[in-house]
Structures are given as C-alpha cells and as structure tokens.
Design a protein around this ligand. Structure first.
Ligand code: 6GU
Length: 243
C-alpha cells in the first residue's frame, strides 16, 4: 500500500516512522510519502490561505496550491504504481462521515490512499469539485463529533487503524479477530498472571476462575457474555445496531 499525505506540517506526521507503521514501511509492506503543501506556492510568503469570500471569521485554504499538489503527488504515485493506479483521496474533516472499523477494514485493501490535511476553517470547495470532475474517488471522514485544528492528528489515527489491518503488518492475525469493534462489539475483559493479585491497598483480587479451567468452550461462552454485557452498558448505540 502506498500512503501519501499533503500537509503544511509534514513534521507532524513523522510519528508514522515509529512503531508498527514504521516497521511496516521498513518491511516494504507500505510506503509513506509526506508532502509540504507550501512546495506548491509561488509567492515570497508561501501563502496557502486567504479570507473567506462573503466574509466571516478565520481563513480558507486557497485552491491553487492544492490543485498543483494533487497533480504532482498523483503523478509521483502513478510513476511508482503504474498509470492505471487509482488513488482514494481522503480529506479528514469534522463534517465528514464518521470513520469506523468497517471502513478501516475496507480501506486496508486499497493500493493507494492520499490524505489531504486541511487547516484553518477548511479548503475552498472547488478543490473537491475539481477532483471529482477528474474522476477521482474522494472521501471526507471524521474521527468523531469534536473539532481538531487540522487533519494531521486524524491522519495519524486513520493510517494506524488502516495499516494495522494490511496483511502481514500485525504479526498475530488472530489478535485482529478478537479485538473491540471487529465484530461490532466491545472486547471482553482481559487478565494475565498472577491469577491471585494483592493490589497496593492490600486487597486480594482474583482473576475469574473459569479462565484457569482449561475448558475452551466454557471460556468462549463466558467471554461472549462479558462482551455483550459491556457493549450493552457502555455502547447502547452499538448494541442496538447489532446485526
Ligand atoms: Cl477528521 N478533522 C478535524 N479537523 N477535526 C475533527 C476530525 C477531523 N474528526 C473529528 N474532529
């Protein structure tokens, strides 16, 4: 998978070189390309924003640097992947569709994703129209119902959620099956040794005895019950939406 990210803060995305995503890149499972939007400005101040037409607070990102950035980044991607490669262009945006595990799963099979990080109040609407007219697949996605200052933190979250599902990135694929949200439910509670633990206040806390029984059928049933109970209590929205 090739991942491009266009931003005015490429340093923000240096975290993609760390941990699991960094290792996936070093192993050749993904390649990550960060681009500074100001590369495609031509004035002394490298201006990427201007005041909103019609008035109002804040600033809007100008269309010209974005159009030039997409032309250059898409050409570079096609040079690597072939002329027929089709990118998914993703704009992190609090007004987008809420990103969920099913979308992470779907996008983990894409060959090429281009993230475009807006800042300020947003990007001139004609950039989206232009990309759609060129025949590109464009998606606006939100992390949830709150506002960040820009798309960079969202790109870190989105990339991690997607890339960890690329085959080979997470060593033990079975761990992706049991985790929260993989089946629309929250994960059951986890325990490890010691089975009998004295906490710092002196209270003795025992792990559930069934987990020591070796009876895999009963353990699976117990976990399914805990998972359902948690989901119903903590996330009634997920509980009501279960298939
Ligand atoms: Cl994807 N972007 C911004 N700027 N704010 C957000 C968000 C995204 N998701 C939640 N808040």
């Amino acid at each position: 998978m090739r991942v491009d990210a266009i931003t005015i803060f490429p340093e923000y995305l240096q975290a993609l070189d760390l941990s699991l995503i960094g290792k996936a890149a070093r192993d050749g499972l993904i390649s990550v390309h960060r681009h500074d939007l100001r590369t495609w400005t031509h004035d002394r101040h490298r201006t990427v924003d201007d005041s909103p037409l019609g008035g109002g607070a804040g600033m809007v990102m100008k269309p010209e640097p974005w159009a030039e950035a997409f032309a250059a980044v898409l050409a570079a991607g096609r040079a690597e992947l072939g002329a027929d490669a089709r990118p998914l262009i993703v704009f992190p945006n609090p007004a987008g569709r809420v990103f969920r595990q099913d979308l992470a799963q779907e996008w983990s099979a894409r060959e090429w994703i281009v993230f475009a990080c807006g800042r300020y109040e947003g990007i001139d609407e004609r950039v989206y129209e232009h990309l759609a007219d060129e025949g590109h697949e464009v998606a606006l996605v939100s992390l949830g119902d709150y506002v960040l200052n820009g798309g960079e933190v969202a790109v870190l979250a989105l990339t991690e959620a997607i890339v960890r599902l690329v085959p080979g990135v997470v060593g033990n694929a079975a761990s992706l099956v049991e985790e929260s949200h993989s089946d629309g439910m929250l994960e059951y509670p986890l325990y490890t040794r010691p089975a009998r633990w004295t906490d710092p206040s002196g209270a003795v806390r025992e792990a559930p005895e069934i987990l020591l029984s070796g009876d895999h059928g009963r353990i699976a049933a117990w976990r399914a019950e805990r998972s359902a109970e948690r989901t119903r209590q903590r996330r009634p929205d997920l509980w009501d939406a279960r298939g």
